[in-house]
Design a protein. Structure first.
Lengths: 322, 300
């Protein structure tokens, strides 16, 4: 990678790591929100931006992680740390079960099917299924995190849990990009039929993207449940999924800085300008339309995999010589 | 048996509302291959516009036939204008852009309309007056049919038949079908594609406007975010019938209305949406092109 990008990334990580020491508690909780939603947006980007699957039900996996932590902790008395593996595993299992039968559908049909899953998920949560999900009010009184007898109850501790998760996510994405899986997903996204004829198992890789995205979103959900020590259905409704979908495309598919910008605009700006809360979505909507018209590939599109300009020029020159 | 017949009537009424709205989705998808997410909110918007016209001009007086026609056509014209505006501002600049960009633009437009409604009319529920149509109802051996239901069923049938004739028998209809099959070929045949797309938005918005007015008159409670729910249901109806197919949207709407009525009549109202979406997912898995959609190979 070129040095400019590396230095921007380093600067970002250093600023985020020092952030809790320079701000008050209100800003700190905004910071946690930003980190958690950034992780969810990155996991949505693996499915939507990298694999090119039109997933508009990503709040399901985020919600499953949060609810798994909440249910296991409140109803079964498990330590928070012990619930995290389940909060990752449950969304993975469901992502494969749900996406499996519909993975072969083409774009728009898959999009509608995932909307369907999300609406069903909302109804399951608010109808208090098996007396576990607590109905429309959700679940309260989630315990604090305990590691080796230490209680991590402060916002600073939760901030660093979320920050750690973001770093792990970035690490996973970096490794994905340079692996066989990442290249396969990129190829599928660019041209599915060509990828198929090269012997790439489309359904397998798409399900892989779904499962990986669900796992990361589930972990983020767990942190979300820890932060608020409560979960309720409206945090995981269809509107949230629309937001995650929009963040990736407004920011720029498969572009890390773009998605951070998208998360900032969608989830942090409204916290800062509370006087605009009434017309918040109106402004978002208009901004979404405008961004797509002015920059159809997002605010900060990814450059990965495009043919460099000097190569294009050479080809043109050669054909002119003939 | 009485319950069954009653639910049949209710289901057909709701079904024709879905069908009216579904036609807007299916026509836009047929020509532009775009899910017009803003259509549901246009429907909600038309219910609010209709309500305002009713209360501003007629207060609480009973309406004559002429006044009803005026209110309906006025609403349809206003909403058609907004529909054309929507296409101009949010969709036309993105016609050659990646498909997902257009989807995001549609979602953004939907948010704008939805929250525009909230800012204009407020976040609280508005109630439609009860006396738009006479509150007469007939009782056929336990099965009750209201005057409103009869109007909805009759007018929807008339509108759908006229649309069918318009699409299949007129010159503009032929141009619309040609544009749906192949836009660039249609352009080479001298069809003004921009004008065809504008026509589609006018017709679709007008049908949606009448659907929205009926939704207001039938259910009476209006909320600014109701567009999502009716829009999604109507969109499901369009998919069940085969998206892009106009008779499909009509059939899908009626079937979905019946299905909803039977589920809430016999099984559960709490889980009604879940059953609707399970039906949708089963149809997508078994027959993604819907009941009347034609199977076409994806272009490479």
């Amino acid at each position: 990678m070129d040095t400019k990008n590396t230095s921007i990334a380093t600067l970002f990580i250093v600023v985020m790591a020092l952030f809790p020491f320079v701000v008050d508690s209100a800003w700190l909780s905004i910071g946690i929100t930003f980190l958690v939603f950034a992780v969810v947006a990155f996991s949505q980007d693996i499915i939507l931006g990298r694999a090119g699957i039109f997933n508009m039900g990503h709040a399901i996996f985020f919600g499953m992680g949060a609810y798994t932590t909440a249910i296991l902790n409140v109803h079964f008395g498990l330590e928070i740390v012990a619930t995290i593996p389940f909060a990752i595993l449950v969304p993975v299992v469901f992502s494969i079960l749900l996406a499996g039968p519909i993975i072969h559908l083409r774009g728009d049909y898959l999009l509608v099917a995932t909307i369907g899953f999300n609406i069903i998920f909302e109804q399951v949560l608010s109808n208090d299924i098996f007396g576990l999900t607590g109905g429309p009010n959700g679940i309260f009184g989630i315990d604090v995190v305990r590691v080796f007898g230490y209680e991590l109850w402060s916002d600073i501790a939760i901030y660093y849990i979320a920050f750690g998760l973001l770093i792990i996510t970035l690490f996973v994405i970096r490794n994905l990009d340079t692996s066989k899986y990442g290249r396969a997903l990129y190829y599928i996204n660019k041209d599915e039929i060509a990828a198929k004829s090269m012997g790439i198992n489309i359904s397998y890789y798409k399900l892989f993207a779904f499962a990986l995205g669900a796992a990361i979103a589930g972990a983020a959900g767990s942190v979300f449940a820890i932060q608020y020590s409560a979960v309720s259905p409206e945090s995981f409704n269809f509107m949230q999924s629309v937001m995650f979908f929009a963040i990736v495309l407004v920011g720029g598919s498969a572009s890390l800085p773009g998605i951070l910008i998208g998360t900032f605009v969608m989830f942090v700006l409204p916290e800062l300008f509370t006087e605009f809360k009434e017309s918040r979505y109106l402004i978002f909507g208009a901004a979404m339309v405008l961004t797509m018209i002015l920059r159809p590939n997002g605010v900060w599109p990814a450059k990965f995999g495009n043919i460099p300009k000097f190569l294009k020029k050479k080809v043109v020159n050669k054909s002119e010589e003939k | 048996m009485d319950t069954f017949l009653q639910q049949l009537i209710n289901g057909l009424t709701v079904g024709s509302l879905y069908a009216l709205v579904a036609l807007g989705y299916t026509m836009v998808y047929g020509v532009m291959k775009l899910i017009n997410f803003a259509h549901g909110d246009m429907v909600a918007f038309s219910a609010y516009v209709g309500l305002t016209i009713f209360t501003q001009f007629y207060g609480s007086n009973a309406l004559s036939l002429v006044n009803i026609v005026i209110v309906f056509s006025l609403t349809a014209i206003v909403v058609a204008f907004i529909g054309v505006l929507l296409e101009r501002l949010a969709y036309r600049p993105l016609r050659t852009a990646p498909r997902l960009s257009a989807v995001v633009s549609a979602l953004g437009a939907s948010l704008v309309i939805q929250n525009g409604i909230m800012l204009i009319w407020g976040p609280n529920m508005e109630i439609f007056p009860a006396n738009v149509f006479p509150s007469t109802s007939w009782n056929f051996g336990g099965v009750i049919i209201s005057f409103t239901q009869v109007v909805i069923l009759a007018l929807s049938a008339v509108l759908m038949i006229s649309l069918y004739i318009f699409i299949n028998k007129t010159k503009i209809g032929t141009a619309i079908r040609a544009t749906a099959i192949d836009q660039s070929a249609a352009k080479l045949m001298g069809i003004n594609v921009n004008r065809i797309i504008m026509t589609i938005f006018i017709v679709g918005s007008m049908l949606g406007a009448i659907g929205g007015l009926f939704i207001g008159i039938y259910y009476r409670g209006l909320t600014f975010d109701m567009g999502w729910l009716y829009g999604l249901n109507a969109f499901i109806a369009a998919i069940i019938g085969g998206i892009g197919s106009i008779p499909g949207a009509m059939l899908g709407g009626l079937l979905l209305g019946l299905f909803n009525a039977m589920i809430s009549g016999y099984i559960s109202t709490e889980w009604a949406e879940t059953f609707t979406f399970i039906l949708l997912i089963i149809i997508l898995i078994v027959r993604p092109t819907g009941l009347l959609g034609e199977k076409t190979a994806e272009k490479v």
